[in-house]
Design a protein around this ligand. Sequence first.
Ligand code: NOJ
Ligand code: CA
Length: 695
Amino acid sequence: MGFKINACLVSVCLLALAPAVSPAFADGVGIAAPASSIIATAQSPDGQLQVDISLDGEGRAAYQVTRKGHLVIAPSRLGFVLTNGPKLDGKFTLGGMSSASHDETWEQPWGERRFVRDYYNEVRVDLVQATYDNRKMTVVFRVFDDGVGFRYELPDQAQLKQAKISEELTEFAVVDKATALWALGGELSNLEYLYKQTPLDEVSQAQTPMTIKTEDGTYIAFHEAALVDYPAMWIRRVDGQRLRTQLAPSAIGPAAVRMAPFTTPWRTMIITDNAPALLTSNIELNLNEPNKLGDVSWVKPYKYVGIWWEMHLEKSTWASGPKHGATTENTRKYMDFAARNGFRGVLVEGWNKGWDGVWYGDGKDFSFTEAYPDFDIRALSAYGLKKGVHLIGHHETGGNIAHYEDQMDDAFKLDESLGIDSVKTGYVHEFGAAQMRAADGSIFYGNTDSQQAVEHYLKNVVTAAKYHVAIDTHEPVKDTGLRRTYPNWVSREGARGQEYNAWGNPINPPEHDVNLVFTRMLSGPMDYTPGVLTLEGNKKDLLSTQAKQLALYVVLYSPIQMAADLPENYAKYPKAFQFIKDVAVDWDQSLVLNGEIGDYVTFARKDRHSDNWFLGSITDENARTLSVPLAFLTPGITYTAEIYRDGPNADLKGDARFDIVIEKQTVTSADALTLKLAPGGGEAIRFVPQGKAKK
Ligand code: NOJ
Ligand code: CA
């Protein structure tokens, strides 16, 4: 622990006029421009990663990344196109440079791990455009042992008081031939696409995180951190393996409009030589500001059930009427079930006025303070609290952000008065467009990744914090680590979750959950809603074994985890349900024991509130045998391993999905377990200490 900043480091220094790697790359990556000179360089603390920043003969700024002396990112462009002035691209000279080093360990209020080390070397390069009244732009690079983050700063300057940015020119020119795991970015469907694995040079426009593996076994995950008051970044392939930032457009002007001084979000690359190491990087969180909310002990990790899956199965409706799900009586049933089984929360969707008629993409009828008459919100919240069960609020906006913002304060005020300390929001919009209000009061339809939507999502979280309410955003903008700054932003969706297994258009393929781990999950917690033990959607069969549904609680991190299935269905599988009751949601440590992109992954996590460890392992459509050393357990302690594994006949189809073996074994840290995962399968284990091991 501790903190230090050095004015200058040996590993970060000005290298005036050193030659840069030649920009003329045979495969087309790099920048076709006059010869460049490296103007600054920074290395990771372990010396293995190096970033060089250069200016070419036309004063264009670029950076390159080398790992163990091997170029992984060729010179890649930096800069902007503005609509209110000449480009911030070219005609730059070096105005100054400074460097720093940082080593600090900070504590998360909740998370995958309690302590996080933030250890990097930083270089700041001030660039000046003498031709344009000495306009200034600074780029800041932080080089960690497992990756790089960089951002732009536009200082306060009379020559550029406001930046109207139509394009950010940041590029990522990948040198070695690579395969990409990616989903479409900038498309219509709420970030809820299936992932594709293709050669990198077949990517069109991707959402981030996007993860690639190069031919020589280097893994790079591209993403951004601290997305505040700026459009989200998609990654567009320009040509070959050269990728460029594509800012989400604004419907009311240039993509980004900011008054100087301001900083952009960080552009991030986790760079490792194995797939598991991608999953334990803390770059995202480290590049966000510390907690701004002060005491957040009111933000509680928990498990929950809800009046939810039954709507997706079409057994009940969100709308009022004879099949209305959110009735007082039905909610009591769920609350009783929650209390009996140790769940803190009960989510109730369809509780409020506005669900009758076409609400999605519209949302104008929603009230966030008025319940339907058959839902006695006051009596129910009191009923639950007596049993230690909290109602979880639901604010589905139908993508009508303007309408929601008018009621947000009142809604959270009501929640706080009723002891509702978390709310799930929703933005089911159509064609990527949400209704928002411009500064002049007019309503416009804007992209949910746009600067205006980014502003709303954060405003929602900050407003909720005033009333001690935690937020779980569905149809969100992607996560960029803002939970560090606003720890009440506990979870979000932002990918295809379990609900697609109810609708089946198509059902999530077995590899989907593994793909999530190596893409979406790199950004932060996901409210995936696992635990459908019936393995049945709305007349569709889930492509999962029962053991895999259990493993997902450990694999897909979220501090709030739903037991998604219906209470009566859990009654059918009490033994498997026991794991859902037992599994922790808040961790001291999280380790990745093995894994490969698109194939399989195994996590071990230590509960933050007991000495128990948990293991979750999942595979794609292929069966796998994995040997897992238990070296993570505390030496000298004997544990009972409560194992929930795929049975010998477990498979992807029909009844074979229910073949689960539940057994106990005594183990120590000196043992290894052999996990036999069925196609579409998984394994979940709880390790409970018995006492001191015999020597
Ligand atoms: C989509 C959300 O992801 C889902 O969980 C919710 O039930 C519906 N919207 C209705 O709000
Ligand atoms: Ca959704």
